[in-house]
Design a protein around this ligand. Structure first.
Ligand code: HAM
Length: 414
């Protein structure tokens, strides 16, 4: 038997309604915030991510699915959604369009990580990217969109953590102070963090290694090093969130694992789904469009991991399958079978979800099958019913039976 590659999953027919539910809520929520869909390719020139996500990140260093195509070009499967959208924004000259431009996407992503619950090598993101607005209002709107999406899904027990990691200028000062603080305990850092010490010291705050966590416990906070502009921006974001009734906690250790962030960063975290509890993460990236040659256009966005959301939804309750079978038409005998075929076509034309037997099953086996499919009604056609031009309709939940003429069945079921 040929099996799935490690870290990937099939979505089987009995489960696809859960995915469709999350995707439907994502699209509907985006729509109410006047956000339109953007679709970019599943693979890009590797440079899009090495430049976009950043050379010092784990994603670029260790996790990308990169290969040479038959033309000898270095190609990478997208490890996240933002960099490709920024590439498209610049390449299509969208910065000349009416700004802010508000986009969303639902996409598979690929990262060569060690698989565990909530961590896959192929996973899916619902993300948004907003371009062109510098004001704190858009930060609050993006966070509010994320919160509304989670609320609309019915997700419970998630905490919103926010932070500001400042601009290039304030970070220069902060890096100096952080390195000064870490220097004394450099030997206690894990190998990865020793490497981060010079390249990207802020990422050490985010390390899950126990020894690193202990060392960074009393590290200086970025919030004490923000310049006046970044400080005022963060104050305004907090004010607008409070005004909108969004609860949040400030966590100066949220730094995010991608290099492009500036100012506001945020994560929604759940305690219910194990170690991989971040269901949604995002932030502002004011320098990324310029990095792609698109001028000084600020940006902000987030992405939510759909697999993690599904884990969370399953841990707190079942998602209702609203697309289940309405009626199973169960014929007895060859003439009834022909009538059943005609009847399901008629029902489907009226928008009723209908199915019938193609396995020549006896009536008992048909009821069993209909039950497995979760049919709400079974419409039996025997020779008596056939002669009267009606079905015997059984409500599978209440057990109630009723004769309904063929012509009235669609109306009755709707
Ligand atoms: P990220 O934090 O790398 O950010 O990923 C966003 C979300 O994708 C995570 O919070 C998590 O739910 C999910 N995720 C990440 N890796 C995996 C994995 N291996 N398996 C399952 N789920 C995973 C970004 O990707 C940014 N592009 C978000 C963003 C958009 N920032 C601004 N705009």
């Amino acid at each position: 038997m040929i099996t799935l590659p490690k870290g990937t999953k099939d979505v089987l027919p009995e489960n696809s309604y859960r995915w469709q539910f999350v995707e439907r809520v994502a699209r509907e929520t985006a729509k109410t915030f006047n956000v339109r869909e953007i679709r970019t390719p599943m693979f890009e020139h590797t440079e899009v991510f090495s430049r976009g996500v950043g050379e010092t990140t784990d994603i670029v260093n260790k996790e990308m699915y990169t290969f040479l195509d038959k033309g000898g070009r270095s190609i990478t499967l997208k490890p996240e959604g933002t960099a490709g959208v920024v590439r498209a924004f610049v390449e299509s000259g969208l910065y000349a369009a009416a700004l802010p431009l508000k986009t969303y996407y639902i996409t598979p992503c690929f990262r060569y990580e060690r698989p565990q619950a909530g961590r896959l090598r192929e996973f899916h993101q619902f993300g948004v990217e907003f371009f062109g607005a510098e004001s704190a209002g858009i930060d609050a709107e993006v966070i509010l969109l994320a919160k509304t999406f989670l609320d609309n899904l019915g997700v419970k027990n998630v905490t919103l953590y926010i932070n500001s990691i400042g601009c290039k200028e304030c970070r220069k000062e902060y890096h100096k102070a952080l390195k000064e603080y870490l220097k004394a305990n450099y030997d206690g850092l894990c190998d990865l963090c020793k490497d981060r010490f010079d390249k990207n010291p802020m990422r050490i705050l985010d390390c899950k290694n126990d020894s690193c966590k202990k060392i960074t416990e009393n590290a200086p906070s970025i919030l004490d090093y923000l310049c006046d502009d970044c400080k005022a921006h963060f104050e305004q974001v907090k004010k607008l969130l409070t005004l909108s009734g969004v609860e949040y906690k400030i966590n100066p250790k949220i730094v995010r694992g991608l290099d492009y962030y500036t100012k506001t960063v945020f994560e929604f975290v759940s305690e219910n789904i194990g170690a991989q509890g971040t269901v949604l993460g995002g932030g502002r990236y004011d320098g990324l469009v310029a990095e792609f040659g698109g001028g000084k256009v600020p940006g902000i966005g987030f992405a939510a991991g759909i697999e993690r959301l599904l884990l969370l939804l399953e841990s707190t309750g079942e998602i209702k399958n609203e697309d289940g079978l309405t009626v199973y038409v169960a014929p007895m005998g060859d003439d009834a079978r022909i009538k059943a075929f005609e009847l399901v076509s008629m029902l489907r034309k009226s928008g009723v979800i209908a199915d019938t037997d193609y396995m020549n099953r006896g009536i008992k086996a048909q009821f069993k099958y209909a039950d497995k499919l979760g049919a709400r009604f079974v419409a039996v056609i025997g020779s008596d019913e056939l002669s009267r031009g009606a079905v015997k309709l059984k409500n599978m939940l209440s057990g109630e039976e009723k004769e309904v003429p063929f012509q009235e069945l669609a109306e009755f079921l709707k």
